[in-house]
Ligand binder design. Structure first.
Ligand SMILES: Nc1ncnc2c1ncn2[C@@H]1O[C@H](COP(=O)(O)OP(=O)(O)OP(=O)(O)O)[C@@H](O)[C@H]1O
Length: 274
């Protein structure tokens, strides 16, 4: 792995070492490392199917890794008892790619849910905090609507309101811009950075959105062939001569080349990489 500009030696909120995960014969993670400094936004990039979601789910405790260590705020999650895992879940939020909103609950009820499930806070305070989260994401006037009555961008904001209502210290975002148009994509990245600064949480994102991720992240990492092939600043990523980084980063130029070749009547791809 290239270590250019990584934060080794700084205050790591999350320190992932040697994570392995396979499904049957399919080895998805083959020794993945990631260093996440406290209060930073770190984005994991990678082609489709490289294991970004599996990696994030391992961090969130949704998928159990076969081997490796995840150290959260100085404590190994592997070594933790059930009570400490509940504590981790209280301090960490996971924003699902699909938003995972409950259709039968209103916006307000969706946001209140994690507080009801993970705290002993009285109902009146749960309502106040949920309304506050909706207000922060400009959704208060839609509090009684159901998810199906909201636009795609509003649903994403609602999912973010639900993710921050517990005041988490770590937020994991699984492709937060999936299915959004370029303008809404920008809004979502702005929103993540804005609330990350406002609330001071540490964020780990996975996405394919290369230009936006480079602008919005403190560090980027590239997952390929079961390992992080790079971790460093967006500037280091932009300069890197690593062939895997170049192949991913320069895909726009390569599209230009392949379209030009197709127009010349040449065969350039079989489609098996889709
Ligand atoms: N529960 C599961 N059981 C079996 N295989 C799985 C499971 N979850 C993921 N996989 C496999 O793990 C691999 C990585 O999937 P993953 O969803 O993490 O990719 P990704 O990088 O997030 O892709 P995309 O960018 O398209 O969302 C795929 O081959 C997938 O089929």
């Amino acid at each position: 792995m290239s270590t250019a500009d990584t934060a080794t030696g700084t205050d790591l909120f999350l320190d992932v070492r040697g994570l392995h995960k396979r499904f049957g014969e399919n080895v998805v993670l083959a020794g993945v490392d990631l260093a996440v400094p406290r209060g930073s936004v770190v984005t994991v990039l990678g082609k489709s199917g490289t294991g970004k979601s599996v990696f994030l789910k391992c961090l969130a405790g949704i998928v159990r890794p076969d081997a490796g260590d995840i150290c959260f705020d100085g404590h190994s999650l592997n070594a933790q008892d059930a009570e400490s895992r509940v504590e981790f879940r209280r301090r960490c939020s996971y924003l699902f790619q699909s938003n995972a909103l409950l259709d039968s609950l209103t916006a307000l009820q969706n946001v209140a849910l994690p507080l009801e499930q993970t705290t002993q806070i009285p109902n009146r305070e749960i309502r106040e905090r949920s309304l506050e989260a909706l207000r922060q994401l400009d959704l208060e006037k839609h509090k009684d609507r159901f998810p199906a009555q909201l636009s795609g961008g509003m649903q994403k904001r609602l999912a973010l309101a639900r993710a921050i209502v517990t005041r988490p210290e770590l937020v994991l975002f699984d492709e937060p811009t999936a299915g959004l148009d370029p303008i809404r994509r920008n809004r979502v990245f702005e929103m993540i950075v804005k609330y990350q600064r406002q609330f001071g949480f540490t964020a780990v994102l996975v996405t394919h959105d290369l230009p936006e991720a480079l602008v919005a992240s403190d560090q980027v990492a590239l997952l390929d062939s079961g390992r992080m092939q790079f971790q460093g600043t967006p500037e280091a990523f932009s300069r890197s001569a690593d062939p895997t980084v170049c192949a991913f980063r320069d895909s726009a130029a390569s599209l230009r080349d392949s379209i030009a070749a197709l127009r010349r009547g040449e065969t350039v791809m079989s489609g098996e990489d889709l």
